[in-house]
Design a protein around this ligand. Structure first.
Ligand code: BG6
Length: 513
């Protein structure tokens, strides 16, 4: 494995939730599995008055609590955290960036880094522009081609609140950083199984010839979560399922499923292809929003005697909120490969279980030879790509029921990663993406033009929802598969959503293919 250059990772919002739950445990995993550069340091930045020791203690607790790779070797962790420092400053105060500059120079000298810095903005999105401008004012983004010192910026979604704010953020960011310095993180692209779609499609000869409108009847992309808003009611109420999951994670998955083969596997070539998918999404005009998009909100329900509160009863959510916790869309990609193939996308909270999957449904045979009643058992051939949990793949096709006559049944050929005896450890999405940022590989990061194209597609839907109070928000009892009206999107095709699991909120359910 290639090792990244020596660097300092500056984390704005270092004592926040994202940092504690994801970033620091992922950094420790990169360290213990030997991926970090030989000289490395972390500088936490924030308003809190923390000493280095106090900061390290907190980070220690985070790793112990949130690391996915238990047990944690305490001595190793303590040793690793010696490279962690904290700078108490006000990120909205331009003058404080002089302190940041001095601190970086001191750490650089102490650890012999050589001038490579990553700025990670793990802070609320409304502070991004101020921080970026202030970094620019102190010249902290400047690179040197003479000795190849680099500076990179990582920003977390949401990249904007709507098209206008996304364009504004892009403008400010690009005034300070060049596009190749900007890493927009979408953690779904860091998921192993999402990357595996690329291998599955482009390292096999048998599927790609079928991967088009001639053979594919329709596609479903589902991201179901059984959790509610988990104390993030205030953030979520300003976002909703369309902004929180569809505009970014699910459209990025669609990009990987629907793209053409890139000319090579580098970040420019790969992202050139995914952006074409987003640019080819058929616009949904405002007057047709209700035909192609449907939203819902979970209501109180009782499951096995346990009361599950409705969305409007969650902390931080106004009692008359119309924010959607479920969104379902029918979209089309207007190009030669996908012309006319409906693609159904749905995302929701408080659904029966946690499952993210892609289902490719193939066209039926042109003529069915066997008994009529067998036809429904035959179904459509399906390929299910399970992204999480229970990662794997299943291909469904028809076979004969043994015995007399010619009865048809649908069978499934499954592959589960967990069944591989020699599966290497699967890195978490943040671990993979942090390492890529240090390596300067932005293939799995969202590029500005892609983010813009996704906002262009989603923006009219959001505007229509916001400005047309007549458009319904359908209720669905927590723990079910969303509003039953969502089936309306399928009507003209005589099909319905795939339901990977029964209706029951329960952590323990493992969805079968
Ligand atoms: C985040 C959303 O981006 O992704 C959350 O803000 C959502 O609302 C989460 O729960 C889902 O991520 P994962 O990796 O658990 O599927």
């Amino acid at each position: 494995m290639e090792k990244p250059d020596n660097c300092i990772l500056v984390i704005f919002g270092a004592s926040g939730d994202l940092s504690r739950r994801k970033l620091i445990p992922s950094l420790f995993d990169l360290h213990r599995f030997g991926f970090l550069p030989p000289k490395f340091s972390v500088l936490g930045v924030g308003r809190s008055k923390l000493s280095d020791t106090k900061f390290r203690d907190r980070m220690m607790e985070s790793v112990e609590e949130f690391s996915e790779n238990q047990p944690v070797d305490k001595d190793d962790l303590q040793d690793f955290l010696k490279k962690f420092h904290f700078l108490s400053m006000d990120p909205s105060n331009g003058d404080d960036y002089k302190k940041l500059k001095l601190k970086l120079e001191a750490l650089d000298k102490r650890y012999k880094i050589g001038g490579n810095y990553i700025y990670y903005l793990a802070v609320p999105p409304n502070t991004y522009e101020t921080i970026i401008q202030n970094l620019g004012a102190q010249g902290l983004q400047k690179e040197s081609s003479a000795d190849s010192r680099w500076k990179r910026l990582i920003i977390e979604k949401p990249f904007g609140y709507d098209l206008e704010s996304a364009l504004q953020l892009m403008k400010t960011t690009k005034r300070v950083f060049r596009e190749p310095q900007i890493y927009r993180i979408d953690h779904y692209l860091g998921k192993e199984t999402v990357q595996n779609i690329l291998i599955f499609r482009f390292a096999n000869g048998i599927f790609e010839p079928l991967w088009n409108r001639n053979y594919i009847h329709h596609v479903e992309i589902t991201a179901a979560e059984h959790i509610g808003v988990e104390g993030r009611g205030q953030y979520y109420d300003g976002a909703g399922a369309l902004r929180d999951m569809v505009q970014n994670h699910l459209l990025q998955i669609l990009g990987v499923v629907a793209m053409e083969s890139p000319s090579s596997f580098d970040s420019v070539a790969v992202r050139n292809e995914t952006v074409k998918v987003f640019q080819s999404l058929r616009d949904i005009p405002r007057e047709e929003v209700s035909k192609f998009v449907l939203r819902g909100q979970y209501t109180t329900s009782a499951i096995q005697g346990k009361i599950i509160p409705g969305y409007r009863e969650e902390d931080g959510v106004p009692p008359h909120s119309r924010t959607e916790t479920f969104a379902a869309l029918k979209v089309f990609i207007d190009n030669w490969r996908w012309g006319g193939v409906p693609i159904y996308i749905r995302a929701g909270k408080r659904l029966p279980t946690r499952v993210t999957e892609i289902a490719i449904h193939f066209r039926p045979t042109p003529h069915f030879l066997f008994a009529k009643e067998s036809r429904e058992h035959a179904g459509l051939n399906e390929l299910i790509i399970r992204i999480q949990p229970n990662e794997g793949l299943a291909l469904k096709f028809a076979l004969k029921v043994p015995g007399a006559g010619f009865r048809v049944q649908n069978v499934s050929m499954d592959f589960h990663y967990s069944k591989l005896s020699n599966t290497p450890r699967v890195a978490s999405a943040y671990e993979r993406l942090l390492l890529d940022s240090m390596l300067g590989d932005s293939t799995l990061y969202a590029r500005g033009d892609a983010v813009e194209a996704c906002w262009r597609f989603v923006d009219p839907i959001l505007k229509e929802w916001q400005e047309n109070p007549g458009l319904k928000v359908y209720g669905y009892p927590a723990g079910t598969w969303g509003p039953k009206e969502a089936n309306r999107l399928f009507q003209e095709h005589g099909i319905e959503w795939r339901y990977p699991c029964k209706n029951l909120v329960d952590d323990g359910i493992v969805c079968e293919f």
